[in-house]
Design a protein around this ligand. Structure first.
Ligand code: SF4
Length: 346
């Protein structure tokens, strides 16, 4: 049984949102640039911008898992941090249940949105304060969001959530260093889940764990998604994990979405040359299956000075003259299949 917080809720910002026709999260031309400054004797001057997220368009539907995949440094984590309001966007909008979450709002409204958008980080050890007991770590979101709640109720909710993630009551009185990596990730999940969010942004939640523990955490996340009716954005660089957990996949490269489609469709009818290259690198367990691996030439270009036109053109096996001149836009080439490429494979 999942207990609710109805008696504590004071604002309802989302009365007009219709979960059947509108996405729960909608990103429109989202940009997040970080300035690079040069310090002189007297003053500092911005000399460049790191274009971590550079015009991202994507959406999440209620109750689904969207896998966000791409090489290291392509902007996946920054996108999640902006959605969860840990970073301000440079440009563009983030809509949550139809509300622009960066519009001016009251503190109550701000808290109501933050409560519903939680994040789980890759390294559970560095994201948990080592000086605080698990009880205090999981209780902290209640202290922030439900300050009027009685201590006994907070404590009983912490024990309830610990049980949900497969930990025991006595674990509440221990410190993070007393747990294994998998148990620490369970604590991170419990902390994100404590105040019953609608959306959890999972930033590489299993990549720091052993393979056997990865499977346990993935199964736990699946069970919790059903119990709590959660929507996930699951970030990973490993396509085989993404294939296992996602309903739809968005492929990201140098701060932009290259392809977004249901997971089965991505593997059956891959349209973007970058996705084709990524998929060709997945090892097959059957040695009889012949693999035509496409080796990507060169490194990922710097996000300070990304290539003109299509950012993938210096490494693309299909590139033509127009690719370095005109940036392709993300277009729906088939129902629910979005691609940004001048010459998609289908
Ligand atoms: Fe390759 Fe051109 Fe498509 Fe970019 S637009 S992925 S360079 S074919």
């Amino acid at each position: 049984m999942v207990t609710t917080f109805e008696e504590y809720e004071t604002v309802d910002l989302f009365a007009d949102w219709d979960s059947k026709t509108q996405p729960i999260i909608n990103l429109i031309n989202l940009r997040k640039w970080f300035p690079v400054s040069q310090q002189s004797v007297l003053f500092s001057q911005v000399v460049a911008q790191i274009k971590a997220v550079d015009g991202v368009k994507l959406f999440l539907n209620k109750g689904e898992t969207l896998g966000l995949v791409g090489e290291s440094g392509c902007g996946k984590s920054t996108t999640a941090r902006v959605i969860s309001k840990l970073e301000e966007p440079t440009e563009g909008s983030v809509y949550f249940k139809g509300i622009d979450i960066f519009q001016p709002m009251t503190r109550e409204e701000e808290l109501s949105i933050k409560r519903q958008l939680q994040m789980v980080f890759q390294d559970p050890y560095s994201s948990l304060n080592p000086r605080r007991m698990v009880l205090d770590l999981i209780k902290e979101p209640f202290d922030i969001h439900y300050p009027d709640m009685a201590y006994e109720e907070k404590e009983s909710r912490v024990l309830e959530i610990l049980a949900k993630v497969g930990l025991e009551d006595y674990h509440a009185l221990r410190y993070p260093h007393e747990f294994s990596g998998g148990q620490r990730q369970r604590i991170g999940i419990a902390r994100a889940l404590a105040i019953h969010p609608e959306v959890i942004l999972l930033d590489e939640p299993v990549s720091a764990l052993d393979v056997s523990v990865q499977a346990q955490i993935l199964n736990l996340l699946r069970d919790l998604q059903i119990d709590f009716n959660l929507t996930y954005m699951f970030i990973a660089h490993d396509l085989s994990v993404i294939k296992h957990v996602s309903d739809r996949v968005a492929v990201m490269y140098l701060g932009k979405i290259m392809e977004m489609t249901p997971t089965g469709e991505l593997f059956r009818r891959t349209a973007h040359p970058y996705s084709v290259s990524l998929l060709s690198a997945i090892p097959r367990p059957d040695p009889r299956i012949k693999m035509d691996r496409i080796i990507l030439e060169g490194d990922v270009p710097s996000p300070i000075n990304p290539p003109s036109g299509c950012p993938f053109h210096p490494r693309c096996y299909k590139a033509q003259e127009i690719c370095s001149k005109e940036t392709p836009q993300l277009k729906e080439i088939e129902p629910n299949h979005y691609v940004s490429c001048h010459f998609p494979e289908i």
